[in-house]
Design a protein around this ligand. Structure first.
Ligand SMILES: Cc1ncc(COP(=O)(O)O)c(C=O)c1O
Length: 431
């Protein structure tokens, strides 16, 4: 052997990946980025109440304690809506638990077809295509599009979600140009500098979920037209919440018809699970026939499709759900402001509370849970840049005034005790 190491040594040694994992985990811990999950059992009829299971005394029944969750992405509480749950239960009774195959191998039920038609109608597009998650819909669609023809250039917003980046990076042979976040001047300069005849795609989001800021869809579409680019819009944190029927910011702004491909999730505003794209008939047909992440995986269980279909129909028809959520978000901000608790004012429903340090962020989250029975997820690197760690709160229709007062009181005390003096310069944008 070239290295001078013999096979006996190799066979007797631990594979180097084990040591690699130990060292990498140690490094992650040192940086305060070690991820521990808090198991919380949602109590559907009492949402946003969850139960935290306290470690059982051996031989005794495990005890639970109530926790109010402030970080769910089930923004409208559709995942606990009785009609949605009943649709899933009825579909399980009728069709069983799983789909039993890929879409091609007996895994397409009439429910999948109906849901795709409903989603296409929601966004005013010719067709829709379901994926097993929002992540997969982005990754599979972008990778497939950007490897379809030679010479693709993808103009990608700097803050795009990991799933979009995975698809863009996985598209071998295409070129990626990153434009500064929501910066149309930078995007235009980069579009203008690109070869005139290259196929171009602009990939961006409507609501950026960590900062809660919103993109200028009309402006980006105007640039796309000017430079002959296609547009791919992730509306994951906007579907269900914005627009007359919950079609997202593109629907609210009246520009859905200007976007070539609208991608969304069924797991957040619609409260169920799964992802999708909607677009022209030929784009959807091409992805249906070519996207590996669509073709080679078992399709969503019929129960999930049934629940999602019930949810989308309700959300489209009932504006009061959106109104209620925004009323609660505004009320929460009003109470935070009145009490002097710092938060980042955003143009969306998301209320980030800046902390600026990974360890401290985890500590405050833990103290909220231990001392007050409140849960707010700590958001650390790599989800956000180092130094911008935060708690991310998502008030929803089921957060009562009393729950809000509890959270405001707890934050005021904990942020003060941890040296993040409310109102101090640098801790938050003026709200
Ligand atoms: C912007 C964005 N796109 C896509 C996804 C993936 O969606 P899903 O959770 O349905 O996989 C997420 C998940 O949080 C997201 O934030």
């Amino acid at each position: 052997m070239k290295t001078g190491v013999d096979w006996v040594t190799i066979r007797n040694a631990r594979h180097p990946f084990y040591d690699f994992c130990d060292e990498a985990l140690e490094d992650i811990r040192r940086q305060g980025r070690y991820r521990s999950f808090t198991p919380l059992a949602r109590q559907a009829p009492r949402y946003p109440v969850y139960e935290e299971e306290i470690d059982p005394v051996p031989g005794e029944t495990p005890e639970g304690r109530e926790v109010i969750v402030w970080s769910s992405n089930d923004y409208l509480g559709m995942g606990v809506e009785p009609e949605v749950c009943e649709a899933a239960i009825a579909a399980i009774r009728e069709h069983g638990a799983g789909a039993g195959g890929t879409r091609n191998i007996a895994g397409t039920s009439p429910l999948h077809k109906r849901l795709e038609a409903e989603l296409a109608a929601l966004h005013g597009k010719e067709a829709g295509l379901l994926f097993v998650s929002g992540y997969v819909s982005n990754q599979a669609s972008l990778q497939t599009i950007l490897t379809s023809m030679p010479g693709w250039i993808c103009f990608s917003d700097r803050c795009n979600h990991a799933s979009m980046i995975a698809g863009i990076k996985g598209a071998r042979g295409s070129t990626t140009v990153i434009f500064e976040h929501n910066d149309l001047a930078d995007l235009e300069a980069k579009l203008a500098a690109a070869p005139i005849d290259a196929p171009k795609l602009i990939a961006f989001e409507s609501v950026y979920s960590m900062d809660g800021d919103v993109s200028d869809i009309a402006g980006i579409c105007a640039l796309a037209r000017k430079y002959g680019a296609m547009t791919y819009l992730d509306e994951v944190h906007a579907v269900g919440l914005y627009g007359d029927e919950g079609g997202g910011v593109s629907q609210r702004d009246g520009v859905a018809d200007q976007v070539d491909i609208i991608e969304g999730t069924l797991a957040k505003g619609f409260g169920v699970h799964g992802g999708y794209i909607t677009a022209s008939a030929q784009i959807v047909d091409y992805l249906r026939s070519s996207a590996s992440g669509f073709i080679f995986t078992t399709s969503l269980p019929p129960s999930i499709a049934a629940a999602a279909l019930a949810s989308v129909k309700l959300v489209r028809a009932q504006n009061w759900r959106r109104e209620k959520m925004f009323e609660r978000v505004n009320e929460f901000r009003r109470r935070m402001r009145a009490a002097g608790v710092p938060f980042m004012m955003t143009a969306s429903h998301i209320v980030p509370v800046p902390v600026g340090d990974a360890e401290l962020c985890k500590k405050i989250s833990r103290r909220l849970l231990d001392e007050y029975g409140l849960y707010a997820t700590p958001i650390n690197y790599p989800t956000v840049p180092k130094g911008t760690e935060r708690l991310r709160l998502t008030p929803g229709p089921y957060h009562t005034d009393e729950m809000m007062d509890q959270m405001v009181t707890a934050l005021l005390r904990l942020l003060t005790e941890e040296g993040l003096r409310p109102g101090a310069e640098g801790t938050a944008q003026a709200a």
